[in-house]
Design a protein around this ligand. Sequence first.
Ligand code: HEC
Ligand code: HEC
Ligand code: HEC
Ligand code: HEC
Length: 121
Amino acid sequence: MRSVKVFSVLLAMLFALVVAGIAVAGEGPEVITLKAKKGDVTFHHHQHQAKFKCGECHHGPNHSEYKEGMKIQTCDKCHTKDFSNKKLNSVMKAMHTNCKGCHKEHKADGAPTKCSGCHKK
Ligand code: HEC
Ligand code: HEC
Ligand code: HEC
Ligand code: HEC
């Protein structure tokens, strides 16, 4: 009787570890270096995933809402000089809008808003 109880407690602990592991590991690269002449940006992808949903940054074709398991494309697949909306017709514009937009809302939590907070020479 007792060993059954111990076993189920261990099983529950193992399950919790697996779930936590998935949440921490996330998906895609852990760290992404975004090259820029202004200074490369070190983006901690999994650290952001731990706080925010994929759909905060990724969307589908025609700007459709992110769905779990969806194929994720890099921003440069769409946000190029031929992009219809001139405010978003480069990777820089797409990323500045996304990254800086959220960072302004989360300034108090330490999200950098100054150029040098992201661009490191
Ligand atoms: C705070 C923004 C943000 C969040 C949240 C986020 N990502 Fe990303 N992700 C990025 C950026 C930026 C890139 C790099 C895109 C590029 O290079 O054009 C990227 C790249 C990726 C890539 C690699 C794509 C490729 O072909 O190189 C995958 C896969 C990915 N993300 C999956 C996910 C998943 C799954 C989630 C949710 C669990 C998630 N991301 C959450 C911003 C984010
Ligand atoms: C498959 C094509 C495609 C890819 C890949 C893509 N986008 Fe977009 N994105 C769009 C379209 C279409 C819109 C809508 C434009 C409009 O409303 O004028 C859009 C809108 C946006 C907007 C403004 C609206 C919003 O959701 O805030 C931002 C910011 C943005 N994209 C950032 C990104 C970033 C960052 C990446 C890479 C992580 C990315 N996009 C990848 C097609 C794409
Ligand atoms: C949906 C909100 C959100 C988006 C989108 C977002 N961030 Fe952040 N970011 C945060 C918050 C909140 C923090 C501060 C807390 C922390 O450090 O996790 C942060 C911290 C950072 C930091 C400082 C800490 C570190 O990891 O070095 C950098 C650099 C950064 N973000 C880069 C980016 C870049 C580049 C993008 C766009 C590709 C981006 N972020 C998009 C919310 C966001
Ligand atoms: C929240 C993070 C963040 C902040 C703050 C930020 N940037 Fe960026 N910036 C990026 C990212 C991400 C890219 C896209 C890099 C890429 O193309 O892959 C970028 C791209 C650029 C580019 C184009 C790439 C190049 O060759 O340099 C320029 C120019 C630039 N930023 C200037 C600035 C200036 C000036 C400021 C301050 C007013 C600033 N950025 C603030 C994240 C940031």
